[in-house]
Design a binder for this molecule. Sequence first.
Ligand SMILES: [Zn+2]
Length: 321
Amino acid sequence: MSLSRRFFLAAGASAAGASLYGCSGLALTPSAPVVSTLAPGVARVRFGNATITSLPDGFVDRPLVEGFVRNATLPQVQAALKDAGLPTDKVTVPFTPFLVQMGGRNVIFDGGNGTFGAPTSGRMLDSLKATGLQPSQIDTVILSHFHGDHINGLRDKDGKLTFPNARMLVPAPEWDWWMDDARMNAAPAAARGNFQAVRRVFGPVAQTVERFEPGRDLLPGIRSLPAFGHTAGHTTFIIDGGSQKLMYWADTTNIAPLFVRNPDWAVMFDADAEAARKVRRATMEMVVRENLLLAGYHLTLPGIGRLTPRGTGYDFTPLTS
Ligand SMILES: [Zn+2]
């Protein structure tokens, strides 16, 4: 552990710590986040009166093929991976739900793959164990959108809810889009799987799932923002810790070395590539302008960090302890 990290941890151990160090003349801004690692990949970041903890669900390795980035050539994508020191024959996509704790609440953002994804995924509950919390202690689950890697972990193969005591808050436009039976029936067979996953997860609790209009405050300190494009109802969130705010941007980009570096590139999973590109640009500008901490579902572990401009794009620097 570096000296400066020890300093931040020590200072963060109590509220008095900050004023103590403040009195001693050392530079500790009130908004400096405090990072601690609970288990490999499971990082807890304290900012103001909130904490966010990454709950890695694992990853998937995808062979890199033409078309993964719709508007870049394979050699361009390979060059970007090489620049980042990564293999050029595959892309490794991490999945990271997050636990936010503030005001006595335990809130989970997005739900992992469960047993429905790659064998290298489905580890969210192992990550949660490292926090000392039981699934029954989660009181709120907030969804950014309904792709399978974000919702499948919320209900197991036997139909049991993963977080039995949690309210579920979902973006209304996302619900309306995927729950439209006519749209599902008109979709090509290969595209129907995600409609079915949405029904498997939410069908039995359709009466109690709370649908919100993106743009609304959801809980004290948690505001939703419309970020449509990746999907019809894709939503991002601002978490206000008082002295520091964090943006959870969900799937505003996919992996950082490609899509944070090149914000105009469109990953194959964006439903409306041009809308997603505009939202991505605007969101990145906001994160930098407002000096927000950043968390993203497919960003480099632990998925929480800082965004800095570089050239025509940005760099994502993960926070580590
Ligand atoms: Zn995703």
